[in-house]
Design a protein around this ligand. Structure first.
Ligand SMILES: Nc1nc2c(c(=O)[nH]1)N[C@H]1C(S)=C(S)[C@@H](COP(=O)(O)O)O[C@H]1N2
Ligand SMILES: [Mo]
Length: 301
């Protein structure tokens, strides 16, 4: 499968965990940039380096309502979710539908590390070193049929091990959706790991979506179904309150949530230096802007 994108963000030297892995990612990224050369290299050089959060921070401050609504509920309550074996169904408008074991699904995918900003709609943010592959590669393998316009995703429902499901804190299954061009964008990742280790259950093991330019709730966890369709799919938070959570939900400092500002964000971790920073348009991924040409992003938010 083609390697379409290389890291433009790199880990700084002071990385608490996975430091060697990050160094390798840095080197790989630099090689890619040298090859790309010219403007791409210059643009990347101007990006401030991103220091990933610690694994401890990434695995102890979570949203995963299937396990409860508190930030520490997923870490406390998700230990009994069995993620091996795991099956994912790919269906709808594809040439090769089926239900696949996770191993078969990812066997010929190109695994990469991507150090991405991660921005929750609740105005907090982290930097996460994901391991995964481009969703586009999986969709190519599935054989997207002409006429398909969107991709729908669905999370597992396991009431026996999911207290939030038993308590019906929201409607389950958790579902999400992307427009096909968003799903095919090289930044859109299917993650199976963090810091070179398999995803912790609370982060959406064994496989979850990561769409770094959108609010975190679009990045659906513990996926069991991917469906190609010709209509905009239902998305959980959009369905709960479309005025507060748009279908697109691109990170946008100029479009406030009706109940709070999105102009700045609180960085998780950092101890003494924990601070706020300005929210960046598309969460700092301007290369996706062309996907939304001609759209009024304050209306189609
Ligand atoms: N199935 C499912 N996926 C989900 C959620 C959820 O409650 N259930 N929460 C979303 C929200 S609001 C965010 S911010 C991210 C959090 O991902 P993290 O816990 O790995 O940081 O997961 C998203 N994916
Ligand atoms: Mo979120």
């Amino acid at each position: 499968m083609a390697h379409r994108w290389t890291n433009t963000y790199t880990a700084s030297d002071v990385t608490p965990k996975g430091v060697w892995l990050n160094r390798r990612a840095v080197l790989a990224g630099m090689t890619g940039l040298a090859a790309a050369g010219g403007l791409a290299g210059q643009a990347a050089a101007q990006q401030a380096p991103l220091e990933p959060n610690t694994l401890e921070e990434i695995t102890s401050y979570n949203n995963f309502y299937e396990f409860g609504t508190g930030k520490d509920d997923p870490a406390k309550n998700s230990g009994d979710m069995v993620t091996d074996p795991w099956e994912v169904t790919i269906d709808g408008m594809v040439d090769n539908p089926g239900t696949f074991s996770l191993q078969d699904l990812i066997s010929d995918m190109t695994m990469e590390e991507r150090i991405y900003r991660f921005r929750c709609v609740e105005a907090w943010s982290m930097v996460v070193p994901w391991n995964g592959f481009e969703l586009a590669d999986l969709l190519e393998k599935a054989g997207v049929q002409s006429g398909a316009t969107h991709v729908a995703f669905e999370t597992a429902v396991m009431p026996e091990v999911m207290p939030g499901v038993r308590n019906r804190v929201i409607d389950f299954p958790y579902v999400e959706g992307l427009r096909l061009d968003e799903a095919m964008h090289p930044l859109t990742l299917m993650a199976t790991g963090i810091y070179g280790e398999p995803l912790a259950n609370q982060n959406g093991a064994p496989i979850r979506l990561v769409v770094p330019w959108k609010y975190g709730f679009k990045s659906i966890k513990s996926i069991v179904r991917i469906t190609l369709t010709d209509e905009q799919p239902k998305a959980t938070w959009n369905d709960i309150n479309a005025r507060e959570y748009g279908f697109y939900s691109n990170v946008n400092p100029e479009v406030d949530h009706p109940r709070w500002s999105q102009a700045s964000e609180r960085m998780i971790g950092g101890g003494l230096f924990a601070s706020r920073q300005d929210t960046l348009m598309f969460n700092g991924y301007p290369e996706v802007a062309s996907l939304y040409e001609g759209m009024d992003l304050s209306v189609d938010f």
